[in-house]
Design a protein around this ligand. Structure first.
Ligand code: ATP
Ligand code: MG
Length: 455
């Protein structure tokens, strides 16, 4: 067994799935968020901020990356508490408050106390943080799926958080992440007026194809020992975070587990580099297609995961060019061609007859009579299609119509006899040719007939 390969496969899979803190690009936005959190932690400033961007644009990754930067500093650890809320989990304000209490480790203090209102409860929690004569700890609230909190009754949670953040009761920072661009419109007036209106928009980085190829290579390569060590240190420091609801240190990808054989790594990294070495190679062309479908990093990661998952010490020890092309081809299939490949041979023969008719008469409409006459001529000389009854062919013709491969041209249904109703073709010749080539076990004579209408 090839132990090295198994290790590499596990490493790459884990990194592709669970590396939440490595952010690529977005330097400005990252620095902004960092500064904001730092000011809350060190100076006790209160702030609120919304991070807005489409799904998979890296909002969560950005927040985690910033936290991973900040958390190792002892100062930050002493002065701040992190509270993670998620709109999908905390579906009403009561649940949210409960979770806030737990994450602030104040269950004991709040136990058995009765609070009149939400605001009182929150004020109590924040007051608990003011220990002795020292200034209060700062709290950073991270609200994932922020838009969902807007549908809570009276938006009480948001109102209170924003109210505290702008009235200097206690140093808190409210950081929301959402994929709704119109999120500000969802806020009630009194909530909106308490929000600082700081918004950061994250859009998928307008990558060039060169950087995309670069990402392809980096994400599949194994880093050198030194880098691995650094990454491992970062992760181990993340473990110091206090909150146990934090996603980033639960199950976080930990490179410390991996020790690689140097020689094998070198040859592995080489094999990856060779894939995209030549600008005119098939892999680069395929990746270009893939890039044009979707430029986002998350989409690329899914592709890479599929590649890595296929690695196998016995049959597939390296990622090969054919494999990359094959997987990318599955993203570009034409559903009409797939549909054509699922037809019976008789139905496909009718489609071919329609194609010949359309080619000869410049896409003139046709009816069943015309097509059947053409098909019958072929059937007479063929060995496989002989003796097919007219009624059976009509049924097949109707099925083509059901699947909308041919469309009736008049809207009046039922006036004309079925055999004479005029139709037009709703496929391109290219699609038909592709299907004929791809069709499994198509009789040779049919394939030949598809090429030329002369029998
Ligand atoms: P959602 O709105 O669904 O919460 P999100 O904006 O939080 O999406 P993430 O979960 O951060 O998106 O990112 C999705 C995937 O894309 C992750 O695997 C992440 O690593 C990757 N990703 C997206 N953008 C980047 C980037 N700039 N750098 C590194 N990885 C990225
Ligand atoms: Mg997210």
């Amino acid at each position: 067994m090839n132990e090295d390969l198994i290790k590499i496969r596990r490493f790459l899979k884990e990194r592709l799935q669970r590396d939440y803190t490595t952010l690529h690009g977005h330097e400005m936005e990252r620095e902004n968020v960092r500064q904001l959190l730092l000011r809350t932690a060190e100076l006790g400033e209160s702030n609120s901020l919304l991070l807005i961007g489409p799904r998979g644009s890296g909002k969560t990754t950005l927040i985690n990356a910033v936290l991973a930067d900040l958390v190792p500093s002892a100062d930050f650890q002493q002065n701040t508490i992190l509270v993670h809320l998620n709109g999908n989990l905390h579906t009403d304000d009561k649940l949210a408050l409960k979770s806030i209490t737990v994450q602030m480790q104040l269950e004991n203090a709040a136990n058995g106390k009765a609070f009149g209102s939400f605001a009182e409860n929150l004020a109590f929690l924040l007051a608990c943080l003011k220990s002795g004569n020292k200034r209060s700890k700062s709290v950073i609230f991270i609200l994932e799926e922020f838009d969902l909190f807007c549908s809570h009754h009276n938006q009480t949670l948001l109102y209170n958080l924003f109210d505290v953040s702008q009235s200097a009761q206690a140093p808190i920072c409210v950081l929301g992440a959402t994929c709704r661009l119109d999120v500000i419109e969802l806020l009630e007036k009194r909530v909106k007026s308490r929000f600082s209106h700081r918004q950061i928009f994250l859009f998928p980085t307008a990558n060039t194809f060169e950087t995309y190829l670069d990402r392809f290579e980096t994400l599949l390569s194994i880093p050198h020992e030194k880098e691995l060590k650094q990454a491992a240190e970062r992760v181990s420091q993340l473990k110091l975070l206090n909150s146990d609801e934090l996603t980033i240190h639960r199950n976080h990808f930990n490179p410390a587990k991996y020790k690689f054989n140097k020689k094998y790594i070198e040859s592995w990294n080489n094999s990856i580099a060779v894939l995209i070495d030549d600008n005119k190679s098939a892999v680069v062309a395929a990746l270009q297609t893939f890039f044009e479908i979707d430029k986002s990093e998350s989409f690329l990661k899914v592709l890479l995961f599929r590649l890595v998952a296929q690695l196998d010490p016995n049959s597939q020890p390296r990622i090969t060019a054919e494999q990359v092309c094959e997987i990318i081809a599955t993203y570009t299939v034409d559903p009409r061609v797939e549909l054509l490949c699922g037809l019976s041979v008789l139905e496909l023969c009718l489609v071919i007859a329609i194609k010949h008719h359309s080619e000869i008469y410049d896409r003139d409409p046709f009816n069943f009579e015309i097509i059947f006459a053409r098909f019958a001529k072929f059937a007479k000389v063929s060995t496989t299609m002989q003796g097919i009854e007219r009624a059976v062919s009509l049924k097949a013709f109707e099925r083509l119509r059901h699947m909308e491969m041919i469309l009736p041209i008049s809207s009046v249904v039922g006036k004309v006899q079925k055999d004479f109703e005029m139709h037009r073709l709703a496929l391109t010749y290219g699609q038909i040719n592709d299907a004929v080539q791809k069709y499994q076990a198509l009789p040779t004579e049919v394939a030949q007939w598809a090429q030329s209408s002369i029998i």
